[in-house]
Write a protein that binds this ligand. Structure first.
Ligand code: NAL
Length: 332
């Protein structure tokens, strides 16, 4: 796999391909980043972007993780003190998950977002952005309820952060794309260079195969889950035996969350995937790539129950280190 393939594997979109190819040609010393509103417990959505950061680390990038405390505050996620504490818990879980501490810079938004230069740049973007434009950029991020003034400041700050963190590549889920596009449109007016962006897919809920998988709606997996909870959720997951013929087709919402988790979480982190089966059912199956496993599920060679058993085992292995970090907090 060459650097460009590794950087873009499993991505839904890159803006623009040409700009990302230029980075891939010389990845050493490049900085890529993701920002997260601090939340107490990592869930599978955070883990998906973290997998992309691990790909980028392996391609030679330096990684910056923005723990967006001011953004979480603007999105009504609690008091500033609570959010700060949560940020530290989140950082420790990311390190446990596999973001090497030596190669990862964790930054709190409040470290630079309250500086005079930053605030004046922010006000300049406020002057040139309509309310309507900012609200549209925020639609997929806002926590719910009526939009407040804070909700239109939020995407403008995010657009500016890319410049202030001196980054070469902005990474985020597809829910961040409108903010990143806003970034590309507004920062040139401030005399800054727009940066390339890479967006990861939003995967389906485990229970119904549709919607955005997050901790607030539908069944998801988080670092809080015990081995037994993971087994239960995965065994109850929606897993139609045939693949969606057009998974990205508009209006086509039939999805297979079991296959998606194999694709976006298991294969990127494990060289080979072994599905254990009793001898009488044909014995163990071994896969080096996602497509082979998906094809076997589709043809009936691999039974959904066996696929789920393997998925629960691998997910448990991915979650275990973060679960241990959370247990330490509980013990304090
Ligand atoms: C992501 C978030 C907040 C601030 C950012 C600043 C720069 C780059 C990425 C950022 C969080 C994100 C979310 N909007 O919805 O979790």
């Amino acid at each position: 796999m060459d650097a460009y393939e590794r950087i873009t594997r499993n991505a839904s979109e890159v803006i623009t391909e040409e700009e990302v190819r230029a980075l891939a040609a010389e990845p050493e010393g490049r900085r890529a980043y993701v920002g997260y509103e601090p939340s107490g417990v990592l869930h599978i959505g955070h883990m998906l972007t973290a997998n992309k950061l691990i790909d980028l680390q392996e391609a030679g990038f330096e990684i910056v993780v923005l723990l967006a405390d001011v953004h979480a505050y603007l999105n009504d996620k609690g008091t500033f003190e609570e959010i700060r504490e949560t940020a530290e818990r989140m950082k420790r879980q990311f390190v446990a998950y596999g973001l090497e501490e030596e190669n990862t810079e964790f930054v709190l938004g409040s470290e630079f977002q309250l500086d005079e230069d930053y605030v004046l740049d922010l006000h300049q973007i406020e002057l040139s952005t309509t309310l309507n434009r900012a609200q549209r950029a925020m639609a997929e991020i806002q926590g719910g309820g009526a939009a407040k003034v804070s909700h239109v400041v939020y995407p403008l700050m995010q657009a500016l952060d890319v410049e202030y963190l001196d980054l070469d590549l902005a990474v985020g889920g597809m829910d961040q794309r409108k903010v990143h596009v806003l970034h590309r449109e507004v920062v040139p007016d401030l005399g800054y260079e727009a940066r390339p962006c890479l967006h990861t897919p939003i995967i389906a809920n485990l229970d119904d195969g549709v919607g955005k998988m997050s901790s607030s709606t539908g069944v998801t997996i988080s670092m809080e889950d015990s081995t037994e909870a993971i087994e239960e959720k995965v065994n109850a997951a929606y897993c139609p035996p045939t693949r969606d013929p057009d998974p990205d087709g508009e209006g086509n919402e039939r999805r297979n969350p079991v296959l998606e988790i194999f694709q976006y979480h298991v294969f990127p982190r494990f060289e080979t995937v072994v599905v254990e089966r009793p001898e009488q059912y044909g014995g163990d199956l071994e896969y080096d790539e996602y497509e082979a496993l998906a094809a076997d599920l589709e043809s009936g060679e691999l039974h959904p129950a066996d696929a789920k058993g393997a998925l629960a085992r691998y997910l448990d292995e991915l979650v275990a280190p973060g679960r241990a970090v959370l247990a330490e907090y509980d013990g304090e």
